[in-house]
Design a protein around this ligand. Structure first.
Ligand SMILES: Nc1nc2c(ncn2[C@@H]2O[C@H](COP(=O)(O)OP(=O)(O)OP(=O)(O)O)[C@@H](O)[C@H]2O)c(=O)[nH]1
Length: 598
């Protein structure tokens, strides 16, 4: 395809503004799928994504569009995730594009997440094309929302295309705008190959599949390619595009986006952000790649059954291949045995990884309370990074603890402003900016990251009836009065239950965990004391009273088989327990800490 007839674009949209529906419509309009195949949304391909209705991994699809000017165009659409946890993946997808559609729900208006992603696109010099979706809704107000886009985003939007991805109105106009407004890619086929790896994933039959954007040169099946960071050389087996079904084309030229399969079996063989080049005539320069994202939330993941340890290591390895932000290293806990300390972008990311491990890899897990990274200076003048409460130095050696602070941008309609401000204050937030745009209020807060990553997003949504939206990024470390709260069971400190919290919240959280544990730990043959303590100072305590439990007492008579069955059942129940000293603690109790944030 001539370069002037290629368009590479992404869609930027807030969750639920209709990105998936619109992309399916575009695919349908260009004849990529039969009607019956449209029943399933195509681009959200992972099970979990479909169930939660959110888009996580970048995917791509190549469409052929016969435009009104009589020319045929190749449209490469690269999907982007919409959730606040995944904004780094957005910049990854955008790196393969010259333009982006900014899809805004014509009833809801602009939301914070859209804003952040839009600025990323503008920073990368992409052409941003506004699209007002859902104009079929009676409450849609295209003029108001167009004005909002101009005021808040700062791009021209008065003659923005209006469409309904649901009914199909305006879809052809959207395609026309893509062709007219987004510039074609640059790049010269005759130069040495440079292909940027946008995404890589593991396919059980074909090995590693990579989605690439060819910046210059040509990538051909049958030739040899080199992975620039490692110098490894592989024979190129297959090259093609997703239409959305994989279609072998045998070649990808500069400016094009498609997949490459080169029999790479090692899951680290084609890292995202790396550059592929031709082995015979290599480029001497790698592409800039992506900003490395650092995990922000850490938690321990332990297999319930210790036999699953190797399986867990293998699964984490596979998941981290196309998820550069997933971090893991071995961790050993006194209470939970061998497992991994894992780092995530946020709580949603953590939940998704946990679900995938349980569902796709069939591993039962215990996850410990998530924590952010603290910077700790000790009296010997050293500085430590602490991502695990149990690794916090003893109180008497600590000089100061610094906690991460984020800058959060919040957009909220005026009627919910009071509630949102109350929430931010409760979360120790400090307002730094506030501006009115029509009915919307844009605020900037500095908030402790620990407060934001826990349940802030959910609380924000519920306190504003779903209307407030949020975007945040790390700003700096700040000295804070943080303490470690230990949980003791019959005098034994349980490392997996320790948590770091602000001194002002310590009593509340200690009390909440102790109460929750008391509900969850079953009575045993002796009293169980549960305590929360800061150093040696106990801040909350509670007792699970003893009970002599005789499960077989109900079986009068000599029915041995029934007695055996009951004993067997009791034994199975025990498998889901962890032994702490002489106390059996059920798995749910380890999760209690998660549910007691304030
Ligand atoms: N009335 C109306 N509803 C629409 C339109 N487009 C999408 N929807 C509905 O809006 C909801 C969200 O649409 P999705 O396409 O799943 O939204 P999304 O932005 O892809 O969401 P994520 O995948 O989570 O990023 C669905 O219930 C759609 O049926 C439209 O033009 N009109």
């Amino acid at each position: 395809m001539a370069k002037k007839n290629i368009r590479n674009f992404s869609i930027i949209a807030h969750i639920d503004h209709g990105k998936s529906t619109l992309s399916d419509r575009l695919i349908q309009h260009c004849g990529g799928l039969a009607d019956r195949e449209m029943a399933e949304q195509v681009l959200d391909s992972m099970d979990i994504e479909r169930e939660r209705g959110i888009t996580i991994k970048a995917q791509s699809v190549t469409l052929f569009y016969d435009a009104r000017d009589g020319e045929r165009y190749m449209l490469n659409f690269i999907d982007t995730p919409g959730h606040v946890d995944f904004s780094y993946e957005v910049s990854r997808s955008l790196a393969g594009c010259e333009g982006a559609l900014l899809v805004v729900d014509a009833a809801q208006g602009v939301e914070a997440q859209t804003l952040a992603n839009c600025y990323t696109a503008m920073d990368m010099d992409l052409e941003v094309v506004p699209v007002l979706n859902k104009i079929d809704l009676p409450q849609a107000d295209a003029m108001r929302v167009a004005q909002e886009i101009e005021d808040i985003v700062g791009i021209e939007a008065i003659d923005a295309v209006q469409c309904s991805a649901k009914t199909g109105i305006g879809i052809e106009e959207v395609l026309e705008r893509i062709v007219k407004q987004i510039p074609p890619p640059q790049g010269i086929d005759e130069k040495p190959l440079q292909a940027l790896i946008i995404d890589s994933w593991f396919d059980n039959y074909q090995g590693v599949v990579s989605l690439v954007r060819i910046q210059q040169g040509v990538l051909k099946a049958g030739e040899k390619m080199k992975v620039m960071s490692t110098g490894q050389i592989h024979g190129v087996d297959k090259v093609g595009v997703f239409t959305p079904k994989p279609l072998d084309t045998g070649v990808l030229r500069s400016g094009e986006v498609g997949f490459v399969i080169a029999g790479i079996k090692d899951i680290l063989g084609a890292p995202v952000g790396d550059t592929l080049t031709n082995a015979k005539d290599p480029s001497d320069q790698a592409l800039p790649g992506f900003r490395k994202v650092k995990p922000q939330v850490y938690a321990g993941m332990f297999p319930i059954s210790s036999e699953d340890y190797e399986k867990l290591r293998d699964a984490l390895g596979k998941l981290s291949l196309n998820d550069a932000s997933l971090f893991y290293e071995p961790e050993n806990s006194g209470a939970l045995g061998f497992g991994f300390r894992c780092g995530f972008l946020g709580m949603l990311h953590m939940e998704i990884i946990q679900e995938r491990l349980e569902r796709e890899y069939d591993i039962d897990l215990i996850t410990t309370a998530p924590t952010v990274i603290y910077r700790v200076t000790t009296t010997d003048g050293k500085e430590h990074k602490v991502d695990n409460p149990s690794a916090l130095p003893p109180v008497n050696l600590i000089d100061e603890i610094f906690e991460p602070i984020v800058e959060a941008n919040i957009l909220v309609p005026q009627e919910h402003l009071g509630n949102v401000i109350t929430l931010c204050v409760e979360k120790r937030g400090v307002q730094t900016r506030m501006a009115y745009h029509g009915n919307q209020v844009a605020m900037t807060y500095e908030l402790p990251m620990a407060e934001v990553v826990m349940d802030f997003f959910d609380r924000l949504k519920s306190t504003s009836r779903g209307y407030a939206s949020l975007d945040y990024q790390f700003k700096r470390f700040q000295a804070s009065h943080m303490v470690r709260v230990d949980i003791l069971i019959n005098g034994d400190r349980v490392d997996a239950l320790a948590l770091i919290t602000h001194r002002d919240n310590a009593e509340y959280r200690g009390r909440a965990v102790v109460d929750k544990m008391r509900e969850l730990i079953p009575r045993q043959m002796f009293d169980i004391a549960i305590q929360a303590a800061i150093g040696n100072h106990v801040i909350a305590r509670s007792t699970v009273k003893q009970l002599r439990k005789n499960v077989t007492a109900k079986c009068y008579g000599g029915d041995v088989s029934r007695k055996k069955k009951l004993l067997q059942k009791q034994k199975e129940g025990k498998k889901r327990m962890k032994q702490v000293g002489n106390v059996e603690v059920p798995q749910e109790a380890f999760l209690a800490v998660l549910k007691t944030s304030k």
